[in-house]
Design a protein around this ligand. Structure first.
Ligand code: ARG
Length: 471
C-alpha cells in the first residue's frame, strides 16, 4: 500500500500489513489478474486513453511476469498486500512510467471482483468435469448391476426390493442436478464488472462491451455499485458446492454402512481402505468417513461468506476479501473429495449374494402379496390388513412369505393360488415395477440411456468451454 500512497506520512505497521494482506493465499489468482489487466490495457489502447505502443508494452511485460510467476521466479511480498499490487509493482519496476498507466480508469475494487469471477467460472468447469467422471462410473456400474437385487429401505428398515443399478442411478440424478446447478450459477454470474472502477464507474471512455467480450462474459454489469459489491457468485457457487457435499456425504454414509460386517453388500478395494493400528482384522472405510466429515467444512465456508456479506453497506468494504479463503477452501475440498470418491466408487465391488440373501428376510415382498390380493378383487386396504396378519404369522412361526405353504396362505384368504409364489419372487417383484424411474431392468436401462446423453452433452459443453480470448 505504501508504495502507491501519497496520502500517508507514516509507514503502515507490519502488524496491519500482515493482518490485511491477502497475498499469502492469493497467488493462485495471478493468472486471472494478469488476464484482467491485459483486457483492461487493450481497452485503454483501443480507446486511445494510452497509446497503442504503451498498451503493447504493458501487455508484453504482463505476459513476462506471468511466465516468471509460473516458473516460480516471482517474489510475492506482503508489503504489497495483494495480488493486484504485487504484479503492478513489478510491472512498474520493469517498465517505469508506462507501467504506471495500467491502473488508469480502474480500481482494485473492480479488479478484485473481476479476478474472482474469472476464477470461480474456471473452477465451476473443473468441478463439472469431476461430476461427469463420476456419472460415467455410476452409469457403467449400474449397467453391470441391472439384476443385482437388494433391499430398498425406508427408515433404514427393509422396504421393497430394488437393484444395485437402480440404487446407483438415484445418485446419478443428484449429481446431474448438481451439474445443472453449477451451469446455472455460471450463467447468472456471467457479467463483467471491469469498468465499475471504485464504485461509480470512471470518466475515461472505457469500452466495457469490448473488455467484457474478450474476457468471455455475456456483457458488462448493469450497475457499477453492484459490479464491485456483488459476491453472489461466491455465495451461490459455495451453496451448490454444499449441496454436492450433501450428496457425497449421503453416499459415503451408505458406503460405510453397506461395507460394514453386518451388511456386507459391498467391498471397498484395499487401495481405498485403511487398517487399524491394533486390530489386525480391520478394514476401515476412512476415505468415505473423511468425505462425510469434510462436508462440514464446506457448509462452514458457506456460513462464513453469507455472514461476512450480509451487513456490508454498498459498495466495497474490506470484509469482502473474506470471499477468497472461503471459496478456495470450499472448492479445494470438493475437488479433493471427488478425486478420492470417484476412485473409491469405481473400484468397489458389490456382493451380489449378500444382497440377494438380505432380500429374503425382512418381508420386502409384502406389498406384492397385498397387490396380488388386490388384483384378485379385494380392496387394497383389506389386502394390506390380511398381508400384515400373514407377516405377523410368519414372524411368530419363523417363516418367510416365500416358504409358507399354499394351505397356510389359504387360511388367510381363499383368493391365494399357486401363482402367489411367482408374484412374490424377488426378481419378479422388481421386474413388475415398470413405472418411469422404477427399478425394472427396462426402466433403469432407459435412465442409463438418458444419462449417457446427458454425459455426452456435458463433455461437449466442457470441451467447448473457453474462459477468454486473451490467452
Ligand atoms: N485485496 C482486496 C480484496 O481482496 C482487493 C480490493 C481492495 N480494495 C480496497 N479498496 N482496499 O478484496
Amino acid at each position: 500500500m505504501q508504495y502507491f500512497s501519497g496520502r500517508f506520512k507514516e509507514k503502515a505497521s507490519d502488524l496491519i500489513l500482515d493482518f490485511h494482506s491477502t497475498i499469502k493465499f492469493e497467488e493462485r489468482m495471478a493468472y486471472y489478474d494478469i488476464m484482467g489487466s491485459i483486457a483492461h490495457v487493450r481497452g485503454l489502447g483501443k480507446q486511445n486513453i494510452i497509446t497503442h505502443e504503451e498498451a503493447e508494452l504493458i501487455e508484453k511485460t504482463l505476459k513476462e511476469i506471468l511466465k516468471e510467476i509460473e516458473e516460480g521466479k516471482f517474489k510475492f511480498l506482503v508489503e504489497y498486500e495483494d495480488i493486484h499490487m504485487n504484479i503492478e509493482k513489478v510491472l512498474i519496476d520493469k517498465i517505469g512510467d508506462t507501467g504506471k498507466k495500467l491502473h488508469t480508469g480502474r480500481s482494485r475494487n473492480d479488479q478484485a471482483a473481476l479476478d474472482l469471477k474469472l476464477y470461480v467460472k474456471d473452477e465451476i468447469k473443473k468441478v463439472q468435469s469431476y461430476i461427469v467422471e463420476l456419472l460415467e462410473i455410476l452409469n457403467k456400474t449400474a449397467e453391470n448391476n441391472l439384476k443385482t437385487f437388494m433391499p430398498g429401505f425406508t427408515h433404514l428398515q427393509k422396504a421393497q426390493p430394488i437393484t444395485f443399478g437402480h440404487y446407483l442411478m438415484a445418485y446419478a440424478e443428484m449429481f446431474k442436478r448438481d451439474y445443472e446447478r453449477l451451469e446455472n450459477a455460471f450463467d447468472v454470474m456471467n457479467f463483467s464488472p471491469l469498468g465499475s472502477a471504485a464504485l461509480a464507474g470512471t470518466t475515461y471512455p472505457l469500452d466495457m462491451e469490448y473488455t467484457s467480450r474478450i474476457l468471455g462474459f455475456k456483457r458488462p454489469v448493469w450497475n457499477s455499485l453492484d459490479g464491485v459489491a456483488d459476491r453472489d457468485h461466491v455465495m451461490e457457487t459455495i451453496s451448490v458446492l454444499s449441496i454436492i457435499m450433501v450428496h457425497l456425504s449421503r453416499f459415503c454414509e451408505e458406503i460405510i454402512l453397506f461395507c460394514s460386517n453386518d451388511f456386507g453388500y459391498i467391498e471397498l478395494s484395499d487401495a481405498f481402505s485403511t487398517g487399524s493400528s491394533i486390530m489386525p482384522q480391520k478394514k476401515n472405510p476412512d476415505a468415505a468417513e473423511l468425505i462425510r466429515g469434510k462436508s462440514g467444512r464446506v457448509f462452514g465456508d458457506l456460513m462464513g461468506i453469507l455472514t461476512a456479506v450480509k451487513g456490508i453497506p454498498l459498495a466495497y468494504n474490506k470484509d469482502m476479501q473474506e470471499d477468497k479463503e472461503a471459496f478456495f477452501d470450499a472448492v479445494d475440498t470438493v475437488k479433493a473429495c471427488f478425486t478420492v470418491f470417484n476412485g473409491m466408487v469405481k473400484t468397489m465391488k458389490p456382493n451380489k449374494e449378500r444382497m440377494l440373501k438380505a432380500c429374503h428376510n425382512g418381508f420386502i415382498n409384502a406389498t406384492d402379496a397385498a397387490d396380488y390380493l388386490t388384483r384378485k378383487g379385494m380392496s387394497f386396504r383389506d389386502a394390506y390388513k390380511i398381508t400384515g396378519t400373514i407377516v405377523a404369522y410368519c414372524i411368530d412361526n419363523k417363516k418367510s412369505l416365500e416358504n409358507l405353504s399354499l394351505e397356510e396362505y389359504k387360511n388367510f384368504s381363499d383368493l391365494f393360488e399357486n401363482d402367489i409364489y411367482k408374484e412374490i419372487d424377488i426378481e419378479n417383484c422388481v421386474e413388475k415395477r415398470k413405472t418411469l424411474g422404477g427399478p425394472s431392468e427396462e426402466k433403469v436401462k432407459l435412465h442409463i440411456e438418458n444419462t449417457k446423453n446427458f454425459i455426452n452433452t456435458a463433455i461437449e459443453n466442457i470441451k467447448n468451454y473457453k474462459l477468454n480470448d486473451i490467452f
